[in-house]
Design a binder for this molecule. Structure first.
Ligand SMILES: [Zn+2]
Length: 268
């Protein structure tokens, strides 16, 4: 198979959660589709450690985010957790603080605990000068309020798995926040309208949020980084531009966010 697309980049995955024997196939399918690199984000301290190791072992194709996800019990961070995350954040393979944020679905950790964990990790972002790729589920504008308070514009920010609505999009764009689009763009008409209209191409990055999905019985239906090409094709259609332009612009956006150049082999 030949590369028909210029370099695309999957800015958010959880590749450390796959059985390691799966990874060569996942990387091959991604490369064949024109994906030049992926960021794999931790969801616990241990997973963050694994992401850094994965990036180190696949240098030039995988980069790491470190962070504790708000839905993890471990979001009740200990001093040792914060110290370890801070150490990991200084590793050369680490390009962002992620996955961090707020999740207000029922059954999630206590909101004051999530707030504290989010703020502590945002301080690591400030101290290490790393961008933040954040999660927001059912928490409305609250993550933006905390990002405003803790970051005060000092680091770049990406709204991961962005799905709207309009007022949230406006609030993000007003703050200079980038919007990360994933496969929901393929099926949500309101999100498609937003991307067609309000959201400028120079504020979009692409992702799959790929993680193992054993609840899908057919393995070929699991989301993988190669499918970032589908998101790129949908953005191209909505913006009436070529997929090549979408790839070039979103890759440049990601390079700007990460503060590193992205060539054929990803961030340098
Ligand atoms: Zn994620």
């Amino acid at each position: 198979m030949t590369n028909e697309l210029p370099a695309l980049f999957d800015s958010h995955t959880h590749l450390d959660q796959y059985d390691p024997v799966e990874l060569p196939g996942i990387f091959l399918r991604a490369r064949e589709a024109g994906v030049a690199g992926v960021v794999t984000a931790g969801v616990t301290v241990i997973s963050s450690d694994r992401c850094v190791a994965l990036a180190r072992g696949n240098s030039g194709f995988v980069w790491a985010g470190v962070g504790v996800h708000p839905m993890e019990p471990g979001i009740d961070l200990t001093d040792a957790d914060v110290e370890r995350l801070r150490e990991l954040a200084t590793e050369p393979e680490v390009v962002c603080i992620s996955e961090v944020g707020l999740d207000h679905q029922s059954g999630m950790p206590d909101r004051t605990v999530q707030d504290r964990g989010f703020r502590l990790q945002l301080q690591i972002a400030v101290d290490t000068n790393l961008p933040v790729i954040f999660h927001n589920r059912d928490a409305g504008m609250e993550p933006l309020r905390i990002l405003d308070e803790e970051l005060q514009g000092r680091t770049k920010i990406v709204a991961h798995y962005f799905q709207g609505p309009v007022d949230y999009a406006e609030a993000c764009l007003d703050r200079g926040i980038y919007l990360s689009l994933a496969k929901p763009l393929l099926r949500l008409p309101e999100l498609q309208d937003l991307v067609r209209g309000l959201v400028p191409l120079d504020r979009i990055v692409l992702e799959t949020d790929a993680f193992p999905q054993p609840f899908k019985r057919n393995r070929s239906n699991w989301t993988e980084p190669w499918q970032v090409t589908q998101v790129a094709e949908k953005v191209a259609e909505l913006k009436s531009v070529s997929v090549e332009q979408v790839a070039a612009i979103t890759s440049a956006n990601l390079a700007r966010i990460l503060g590193r150049s992205i060539g054929a082999t990803g961030p340098a």
